[in-house]
Design a protein around this ligand. Structure first.
Ligand code: NAD
Length: 257
């Protein structure tokens, strides 16, 4: 019987750790005693990782070779990877007919191809150990759409397909794969898009938060990053061994209607 309050220390690779959800996940894992390789293209993530005793690897994960190099670094340092958290992401808001092709490709590379390549690269280590956890930070926009976000929403919907397929393949190997689907979390990714959305909808920034971001929310507030990292910790635990192929909403009640 496993003790969820005293989990076995694990080795985790977390992407997108300079701020927001990824930074909170690194902190949470370190508090639990896990070893962590934090991966980000932003050099500022190094200081944040090292401040909590995590290792850091700089990589632009829109580049497939960099994804493979990040996993190779984790294997070199720690000898295995038990937990992968695919979190790195960006947003670009523009109407479909003006959406830049280069931005589309960057978003698909970073938010769909990178999680695939990272999962593929950690798989042998998890399979050999008969234990693994892949946690994909998707979005409420993996389930429903909003205007102006074609690339992001396509990548996130694709991430759910990847989650389900990998879950079916990993089940017999002790590897679980799940997705978390948050609505708006108070992070730089959201703070930066308030101005973009204001332009798109012809509103001021306060109106964007109240009338666009929280329009469909039953709980009228933004989510805190720690509310997402708490669920990551559960899905990464032994206690969640029977949970796989599922999508977990933290969406303020958005999709209940
Ligand atoms: P954030 O901007 O605070 O963090 C994103 C991180 O990804 C940053 O550390 C950034 O440096 C990193 N990153 C971006 N491009 C990269 C690249 N090419 N290579 C390596 N690292 C890169 O944003 P966040 O809100 O914490 O977002 C984290 C994840 O959560 C994203 O996948 C996002 O889509 C998802 N999400 C966020 C929200 C929200 O409302 N904030 C809601 C649902 C889902």
């Amino acid at each position: 019987m496993t003790n969820p309050t005293n989990p076995a220390p694990r080795v985790a690779l977390v992407t997108g750790t300079a701020s927001g959800i990824g930074e909170a996940v690194v902190r949470q894992f370190r508090e639990m005693g896990h070893q962590v390789l934090a991966v980000d293209y932003n050099e500022q993530a190094r200081e944040k990782a090292e401040a909590v005793g995590a290792a850091f690897f700089q990589a632009d994960l829109a580049d497939g070779e960099a994804c493979k190099a990040a996993v190779a670094e984790a294997l070199k340092r720690f000898g295995r990877v038990d937990i992968l958290v695919n979190n790195a992401g960006i947003q670009h808001v523009a109407p479909l007919e003006e959406f830049p092709e280069a931005k589309w490709r960057q978003i698909i590379d970073l938010m769909l191809t990178a999680p695939f390549l990272l999962t593929q690269a950690v798989w042998p280590s998890m399979r050999q150990n008969g234990w693994g956890r892949v946690i994909n930070i998707a979005s409420v926009h993996a389930q429903i759409a909003s205007p102006g976000k074609s690339a992001y929403i396509s990548a996130k919907h694709g991430m759910i397909g990847l989650t389900k397929t990998a879950a079916l393949e990993g089940g017999a190997q002790g590897i679980t794969v799940n997705a978390i689907c948050p609505a708006y979390v108070k992070t730089p990714l959201v703070e930066n898009q308030i101005a973009d959305q204001a332009r798109l909808h012809g509103m001021d920034e306060q109106q964007v938060v109240e009338q666009v971001m929280l329009k469909n929310a039953a709980v009228k507030r933004l989510i805190q990053p720690e509310e997402v990292s708490g669920l990551v910790a559960y899905l990464a635990s032994d206690a969640a061994g029977a949970v796989t192929g599922s999508s977990w909403n933290i969406d303020l009640g958005w999709t209940a209607q």
